[in-house]
Design a binder for this molecule. Structure first.
Ligand code: NAD
Ligand code: UDP
Ligand code: UDP
Length: 344
């Protein structure tokens, strides 16, 4: 019987990715809000593989348990279903504050909730950081620059944001979040780090987040028209998620308390980007079409990353073509799985 129980025990035991043992003095207790989302889950993987204790707080608005499922049950990992708009009591050393919807359709879906998450949610995390003397890194965004009049955008530029437009809930939400970080820093000596993140892509992006990378790849994989919003002369610069994770960890562990841009400065028009996707997805029959432009769409965006290079010794490593191929492979698999899951 004992033999039987033993084999049953081993057959259900989960196999985790390798985690090194860190001495207590090197091991940090790290909170990642929004850790079940796209960027957050990659950050979880990296910090777990470094041997830290990682707690994820997420309300699963756009995140998925599946993104971090491979760690559930591991002694260094905890997953808490919690909304950051409510106060949180926990003891940690570092807070990566990522909780916020991030793609335009998601943040416009419930603008009031987007504002609450970025304002009250950030206030709560700063209150927590103050109480436990933790360092907090805010995932801010290039959207704080709005539709920029300065190109490329550097950290000294104050931005050009429409405070009452459809993007305001997110742009102004992140701007107040940044303002709160520096208020807590000045008044309460909370250690803050602010990453202004530019367009990021990679596996675990949401299938239906409506962003240009996911839309174009899914359209190309399904032989549907690739939809360019407006003329396609607007530009973006895309960074692969592993580069962002490197930058976030470097920034958190640096002594740089002022905002730092993290993005890939290689700039493409959306027309060029559509052509790149069409040429990379093999055998696609998708035509490239133009549909109506969206309101307040920033016309040019490219990060000036001299500050990150100089102070963090960081710059993107992954070429666009490599990242795109990884992402196409991920979406192909997701599509195949979703067809398999559909009832006949
Ligand atoms: P995502 O939607 O995949 O992840 C956000 C996570 O936050 C999700 O898991 C979601 O469920 C969670 N969340 C949302 N509201 C919450 C709340 N009230 N309480 C608890 N959890 C909540 O998006 P992402 O692309 O991984 O973005 C992560 C962060 O990076 C966001 O703060 C976003 O603003 C920022 N950012 C992302 C990009 C990008 O291109 N991906 C660019 C700039 C900034
Ligand atoms: N807060 C939290 N966890 C903590 C400490 C504070 O969620 O461990 C919240 C708290 O509920 C408050 C916010 O953070 O709404 C700001 O806290 P702070 O102490 O700065 O302000 P106060 O409570 O004095 O208004
Ligand atoms: N875009 C597009 N077709 C799509 C989705 C987006 O042409 O199907 C354009 C959009 O108008 C914008 C750019 O691609 O100019 C990037 O959009 P996304 O929503 O990915 O990110 P953000 O606007 O937040 O940078």
């Amino acid at each position: 019987l004992l033999q039987l129980e033993k084999s049953a025990y081993f057959s259900t035991r989960k196999i985790y990715p390798d985690v090194p043992f860190l001495m207590e003095k090197d091991r940090k207790r790290i909170l990642i809000t929004g850790g079940a989302g796209f960027v957050g889950s990659h950050l979880v993987d990296r910090l777990m593989k470094e041997g830290h204790e990682v707690t994820v707080v997420d309300n699963f608005f756009t995140g998925r348990k599946r993104n971090v499922e491979h760690w559930v049950g591991h002694e260094n990992f905890e997953l808490i279903n919690h909304d950051v708009v409510e106060p949180l009591l926990i003891e940690v050393d570092q807070i990566y504050h990522l909780a916020s919807p991030a793609s335009p359709p998601h943040y416009m879906y419930n603008p009031i909730k987007t504002i609450k998450t970025n304002s009250i949610g950030t206030l709560n995390m700063l209150g927590l950081a103050k109480r436990v003397r933790a360092r907090l890194l805010l995932a801010s965004t290039s959207e704080v620059y709005g539709d920029p009049e300065v190109h490329p955008q550097n950290e000294d530029y104050w931005g050009h944001v429409n405070p009452i437009g459809p993007r305001a809930c997110y742009d102004e939400g992140k701007r107040i979040a940044e303002a709160m970080c520096y208020a807590y820093h000045k008044q309460e000596n909370v250690e803050v780090r602010v990453a202004r993140i530019f367009n990021t892509f990679g596996p675990r992006m949401h299938m239906n987040d409506g962003r240009v990378v996911s839309n174009f790849i899914l359209q190309a994989l399904q032989n549907e028209p690739i939809t360019i919003f407006g003329t396609g002369t607007q530009t973006r610069s895309f960074q692969y998620v592993s580069d962002l994770v490197d930058g976030l960890i470097s920034l958190m562990n640096s002594n740089v308390s002022s905002p730092v841009n993290l993005g890939n400065p290689e700039e493409h028009t959306i027309q060029e980007f559509a052509e790149i996707i069409k040429a990379t997805v093999s055998n696609t029959k998708s035509p490239i079409t133009h549909v109506a432009a969206t309101e307040d769409d920033p016309q040019r965006r490219k990060p000036d990353i001299r500050k990150a290079k100089k102070l963090l010794n960081w710059e993107p490593q992954v070429p666009l073509s490599v990242g795109i191929n990884q992402t196409i492979a991920y979406f192909s698999e997701e599509l195949a799985n979703s067809h398999r899951r559909k009832p006949k």
